[in-house]
Design a protein around this ligand. Structure first.
Ligand code: GLC
Length: 737
């Protein structure tokens, strides 16, 4: 690749007043075939020959480059290469750059698009200030398996929740103008079905029927495309026998043609050449061919495109138009990001950890925590409480509480639970770590922990998972508290001092054995930089818990996969069939889909969460006995605060299509409203149901509306019981009457 100062070359494409497509075509016309192929390659920031490759104009993008080097490499690209095409720099800014927000699974527990959008916009501002153009987020893989380490990065098990929050993240990252100095390109990932990995083992095979692909796994990607996401990342997994990064029907036909996605598809790290290991390609040449033909525009980390694309075209196996379509998409991204007008950015740190950012992170952490147990309304702790024993490996672990995927967090910047409680309790707080970390079995500090608990009015235990136990390639087969934590809990509880348990984790854990040992249980996920302050405010009632579970919590790992929007089966499991005595000759209580030795229902269902008050639901009203195709139907309920504290309630509406041409889930979340009620206050909450709520996607991806009965529930979680039903009459069924 020839390089040399490029001042002499005319560059009409840099005129920002020209239409975008004209600029793309002007540049395409000036580029050689080699220069076009170079745009398809994204190399990692640690690539030993990165400077030489950039100087020679061999790459179009880099990822995970240090901020100092971003400036230097960009300077080379625009000055030393023949056409001066700027580089686009990507990075994993998943739930914050320097100010860390709760992990996405925790953010999902807010069920609040504004919270999630604000977090993404702050992450964009902080990362853009360092010269980053593009984040590989939001991760919108629907995740139904808590063994999978990447459930931490997901927005949970429901496609509507993942769709709405994923789209909110796209808006937050990209803003109205992604070229603005405070916004970056977003990337919906991992396309598609990655969360369905068999056994919850990362990168594992996924076998997903078309109806599940359409109605569950593709929906969040459609929502992100509709929100204008500029890029999509193709996934590692084998999807029904074809690796997702070589899946022409999913990428070119469905994502690009059917969904109308005009942005860039970037492969996940090495996933193009991994098609050889999958057994789908014989060599890197075939992998490059299948990746490009499938519509993967940019190859991350591996270099099969760079090496083989030219040969494939020269041999006539691939038309150069395939390459040029991808190049156009990449150039369009760079124009939309304003890189030709403003290629260089001097990093500045003023906005990092800004007070407003920390306050937003605190709010998000408060809203993400889910109160799972509060026996005798033990929480909030009365302000007059005497001594508190704070115990556990996660009580003062700033780097653990921020969770996975935080390469740019500053050690020591977290407000830990210990710091926040010391601020409120001073000498009345006794802290004992108890274990070196959550995996440790070394119990030498247990006696000190027990002594602290004996001397206190309440023991606050902070247990769960170190951040390394979730995230990419960190799946678990057992979901109990790791290490010696259960033993620590038992010994502290044995003192008789009431226990408040705070769990910090990157996934749902199996809490069945934990529950009896605590009065109250607050699930904080990995709550980010301000997690300690948020937890303290909730413990002392300065804030009230309002989070709701975005994912089912199993009673036993053997129940997995376990999700609320399951199908009925012809013999649905009977509730509470667990009356079977354990350990005696088992006589099935009925020939239905129960286990002999465990309930079929989750320990805590999707949508569940307690508050510091009690909320009643009554008078569900369906404002018409039937809905005709094309019309809307109002459904309402009266919600009442029965307690003596103000409450923020998440009123949830679920539907079931009782009989359809494809079996439909027994319940599907369709809408929710956040309702704030003063003590004793009641309010009618209305929902508007339209065709899109009643339809489902058939195997061709067409919206299908079928006449018949629908059942509706409105309540506080996915197992709520207040219900009603109505009929849908379609134009065809209406005319037949
Ligand atoms: C990783 C992840 C992906 C990430 C990419 C770049 O393997 O699968 O989510 O964005 O590589 O770091």
């Amino acid at each position: 690749m020839s390089s040399g100062k490029n001042q002499s070359i005319e560059k009409p494409w840099i005129n920002p007043d020209l239409p975008l497509e004209d600029r793309v075509e002007l540049l395409m016309a000036a580029m050689t075939a080699e220069e076009k192929i170079a745009q398809l390659w994204q190399i990692p920031g640690f690539h030993p020959e990165r400077q030489e490759l950039v100087r020679r104009g061999c790459v179009g993008s880099l990822l995970n480059v240090s901020r100092e080097e971003i400036f230097e490499l960009q300077q080379m690209a625009i000055s030393d290469t023949r056409l001066g095409i700027p580089l686009v720099f990507g990075r994993d800014v998943i739930h914050g750059f320097r100010t860390i927000f709760p992990i996405p699974l925790g953010q999902a527990a807010t069920f609040d698009e504004s919270i999630v959008e604000e977090g993404a916009s702050i992450a964009a501002k902080e990362s853009a200030s360092q010269g980053i153009h593009w984040t590989f987020a939001p991760m919108v893989d629907v995740s139904r398996d808590p063994r999978w380490g990447r459930i931490a990065e997901s927005l949970g098990e429901d496609p509507v929740l993942a769709s709405r929050l994923g789209a909110a993240m796209v808006r937050g990252f990209q803003g109205k103008d992604p070229a603005s100095p405070q916004h970056i390109a977003a990337c919906a990932k991992h396309y598609v079905g990655y969360g369905a990995a068999e056994g919850g083992r990362d990168y594992n095979t996924t076998l997903i029927p078309e109806s599940e692909l359409r109605n569950i796994y593709l929906r969040p990607f459609q929502a992100c495309v509709d929100a204008g996401v500029l890029t999509v990342m193709s996934a590692f997994n084998d999807l029904n026998g074809i690796p997702a990064s070589g899946h022409r029907r999913m990428i070119r036909e469905i994502l690009k043609e059917q969904m109308g996605f005009e942005g860039v598809v970037v492969s996940d790290w090495g996933s193009v050449v991994e098609m050889i290991t999958h057994g789908y390609c014989a060599d890197e040449r075939e992998a490059a061919h299948k990746g490009l033909e499938a519509g993967v525009d940019m190859e991350m980390a591996s270099e099969s495109y760079q090496i083989h694309a030219g040969e494939l075209v020269a041999s006539g196996e691939m038309d150069f138009s395939v390459v040029e379509d991808s190049v156009r998409r990449i150039l369009r991204l760079k124009f939309v990001l304003g890189l030709f007008e403003n290629p260089l950015h001097v990093p500045e740190d003023a906005c990092l950890l800004a007070p407003g950012h920390l306050e937003a992170a605190r709010r998000a952490a408060v809203r993400s925590c889910v109160l799972l147990k509060n026996h005798d309304s033990f929480l909030p702790l009365a302000s007059i409480i005497g001594k508190v024993a704070l115990i556990g490996p996660l009580a003062d672990a700033g780097e653990e509480q921020i969770g996975c995927w935080c390469p740019d967090a500053l050690p020591g910047s977290s407000v830990t639970i210990r710091k926040a409680l010391e601020k409120r309790l001073g000498e009345r707080l006794a802290f004992v770590k108890g274990l070196a970390d959550t995996r440790s079995m070394e119990a030498s500090q247990f006696s000190e922990a027990v002594a602290a608990a004996e001397a206190a009015d309440v023991a606050v235990l902070c247990l769960g998972e170190d951040q390394i136990l979730s995230g990419e390639a960190h799946s678990r087969a057992y979901l109990d508290l790791p290490g010696g934590q259960m033993e620590l809990l038992r010994e502290v509880a044995a003192t008789g001092t009431p226990v408040v348990l705070i769990i910090l984790a990157g996934r749902p854990l199996v809490l069945t054995d934990v529950l009896p040992f605590c009065k109250s249980l607050l699930y904080a996920w990995h709550p980010g930089t301000m997690g300690g302050e948020a937890v303290a405010q909730l413990l002392f009632g300065e804030e009230s818990p309002s989070g709701r579970l975005p994912v089912s919590f199993p009673a036993a790992v053997g129940q997995i996969p376990l999700y609320y929007n399951k199908r009925s089966t012809g013999r649905p499991a009977a509730d509470n069939a667990r009356g079977i005595p354990q350990g005696t000759p088992l006589d099935p209580v009925g020939f239905c889909s129960n286990y002999l030795d465990c309930d079929h229902v989750p320990l805590f269902p999707f949508g569940f969460g307690l508050s510091y008050s009690t909320v009643g639901y009554e008078n569900l009203r369906i404002h018409a006995p039937e809905i005709v195709e094309g019309e809307e139907l109002v459904v309402s309920v009266c919600v009442r605060n029965l307690g003596n504290r103000a409450v923020k309630e998440l009123v949830q509406l679920y539907l079931r299509d009782v009989a359809a041409s494809l079996t439909r889930p027994v319940r599907e979340l369709k809408h929710w409203h956040h309702v704030e009620l003063a003590p004793g206050e009641s309010r009618d909450v209305e929902f508007l149901l339209g065709n899109k709520d009643l339809a489902f996607l058939n195997e061709r991806g067409e919206m299908v509306l079928e006449p018949g009965k629908f059942q509706v529930w409105i309540g506080a979680n996915s197992r709520c019981e207040l219900t009603g039903s109505f009929e849908l009459r379609t134009a065809s069924s209406a005319s037949s009457k």
